[in-house]
Design a protein around this ligand. Structure first.
Ligand SMILES: [Zn+2]
Ligand SMILES: [Zn+2]
Length: 325
């Protein structure tokens, strides 16, 4: 079974955090945070349609320029989502350059800033020399992007400044039962993608498919689809250790297949973690365990542990796998 999301950190855990998520059925990709992304290949950059930024500290946002430069001639818009100041930060980046020769370029950047219970959408288009246009304000109810295949949710956490965490959730996963397919005498082929799309989009049962020159109704094909729970990945970084944050994170990431979470400090440096509004690896391990996540990937370590034999990952995993609940 091919997963819908294929996800990998762009860098080692001692470098800038950025998670690259490929959507297998759509030839597109997302980025969660946009730190240094020089390790991504040009063809990967071209796939990125949506960037979800937790906050705009430099280690989470410096890669915006790299992506902008790669996408200037792309027709498909780039969408950027972030906390309340994200639009100002994108505008500031764009104002840092001179744009008198880009009128014929097609790129538009749509920015969505989450502020309390509202989302403000703005856009910057190259034909307009990237001047900011504020569009509309909509209600924020926890969901920042919904498509037939998946939903992206966000939660507002505290890092002295507002910081978002994100999850990507597939509604459900459709597997094709090959045994039934064979019994019905149906061939494997591209029609299966159309069929899955129709199921996902809840099309009417009399929708027709032409397979090997024969007509079939959607309702008569339903037996070949086996529906299972969809994939869920979550991304949490740069949050302070306080009871409210931790309770909210546990609820938000609950049941994830994979949780990507910071472990900037180790427990021996808890004081420092509190001063810098970061988690410790022990707290990260506890959150993952309590939330019942299947896999924990820790990231964003302080460089001070580079030569440690006991790493932030070791510490987090001891806590995560500790069985004495
Ligand atoms: Zn950071
Ligand atoms: Zn930060």
């Amino acid at each position: 079974m091919k997963p819908t999301f294929i996800h990998n950190l762009v860098n080692s855990p001692f470098e800038d955090p950025s998670l690259f998520v490929r959507i297998t059925r759509e030839k597109r990709a997302f980025l969660f945070d946009i730190g240094n992304i020089n390790a991504l290949k040009p063809r990967d950059l071209q796939k990125i349609t949506d960037v979800f930024v937790t906050h705009t500290h430099i280690d989470h946002f410096i890669g915006f320029d790299t992506l902008l430069r790669a996408l200037l001639r792309r027709e498909i818009p780039l969408r950027v989502y972030g906390p309340s100041n994200i639009t100002d930060c994108v505008e500031g980046k764009l104002r840092g350059y001179t744009w008198n020769l880009i009128k014929e370029y097609p790129l538009t950047i749509d920015v969505f800033s989450v502020n309390g219970d509202r989302i403000l959408s703005s856009s910057f288009s190259s034909e307009n020399n990237f001047r900011r246009i504020d569009n509309n304000i909509s209600e924020f109810n926890g969901i920042i992007l919904r498509e037939p295949l998946f939903t992206i949710k966000a939660i507002q956490l505290d890092h002295q400044i507002p910081c978002l965490a994100f999850s990507a959730e597939e509604e459900f996963h459709i597997n094709i039962n090959k045994v039934i397919l064979k019994k019905m005498g149906l061939p494997v082929g591209p029609w299966l993608s159309d069929f899955k799309k129709a199921v996902r989009e809840q099309m009417p049962g009399d929708m027709e498919f032409i397979i090997s020159n024969k007509r079939y109704k959607l309702d008569n094909l339903r037996n070949i689809a086996k529906i299972t729970k969809g994939q869920k990945i979550a991304y949490v970084t740069d949050v302070s250790i306080d009871a409210g944050n931790i309770k909210n994170i546990i609820g938000f990431v609950s049941g994830s297949d994979t949780l990507y979470c910071e472990a900037y400090f180790m427990e021996e440096d808890r004081e420092r973690a509190l001063e810098r509004f970061h988690l410790t690896s022990t707290v990260t391990g506890k959150i993952a365990k309590e939330a019942g996540v299947k896999n924990l990937v820790v990231m964003h370590f302080s460089p001070k542990y580079r030569t440690n034999s006991d790493t932030p990952e070791d510490e987090a995993m001891r806590e995560f796998r500790h069985s004495g609940r």
